[in-house]
Design a protein around this ligand. Structure first.
Ligand code: FES
Ligand code: FES
Length: 190
């Protein structure tokens, strides 16, 4: 039975994948543990539990975050997206489709975090955010070409112990191209 709210526990509501989840959480509970241990959303994985591997990556208000370093109580009121919420119903997200097409995984343990990161990376790149390897960082230069080096740098917070990096880079590049084509079609129709 969940403990009653007290000086160390609070009743919170987490908005995850468009659904509200109410729980009473120890103030020290990480978002990762709340997802996995309290809400049975086990798609998000625990690797290092100290912010170094990216296995626990989720999106918070559309930006990637390692959920092992977020307190659940601090995530109240934010829009949280986990790997369970990336697809649109039965239709896989282009990043998920690309990971399947390019075998962007081996054991699959890092894959939910890789996919959540890639979803945000593609949006960050399209919005013109530079990375540490971007040559021309002037705002008017626009998004740099999404080269393999750009993808490696932008995905460098997500480690893969199986070493599936070659396929992961190919998958992210394909998903970004598909997304760009779809955005162009949407703009042309509008
Ligand atoms: S489990 Fe969170 S970064 Fe490794
Ligand atoms: S696919 Fe096994 S850790 Fe990445």
């Amino acid at each position: 039975m969940a403990p009653a709210p007290s000086s160390t526990y609070s009743a919170i509501t987490l908005n995850i994948n468009g659904e509200k989840h109410q729980l009473t959480a120890d103030h020290r509970t990480t978002l990762l543990d709340a997802l996995r241990e309290r809400l049975d959303l086990t798609g998000t994985k625990k690797g290092c539990d100290q912010g170094q591997c990216g296995a626990c990556t989720v999106l918070i208000d559309g930006r990637r975050a390692v959920s092992c370093l977020q307190l659940a109580v601090a995530a109240e009121g934010r829009e949280i997206t986990t790997i369970e919420g990336v697809a649109e119903g039965e239709r896989l997200h282009p990043v998920q489709q690309a990971f399947l097409a390019f075998d962007g995984y081996q054991c699959g343990y890092c894959t939910p975090g890789q996919i959540c990161s890639a979803v945000a990376v593609i949006e960050e790149h399209a919005a013109g955010w530079p990375s540490a390897v971007t040559d021309d960082v002037r705002p008017e230069a626009g998004p740099p070409p999404l080269t393999a080096d750009e993808i490696r740098e932008r995905m460098s917070g997500n480690l893969c112990r199986c070493g599936a990096y070659v396929s992961i880079v190919q998958a992210v590049a394909r998903a970004a191209a598909v997304q760009a084509e779809s955005d162009e079609v949407t703009e042309a129709v509008a």
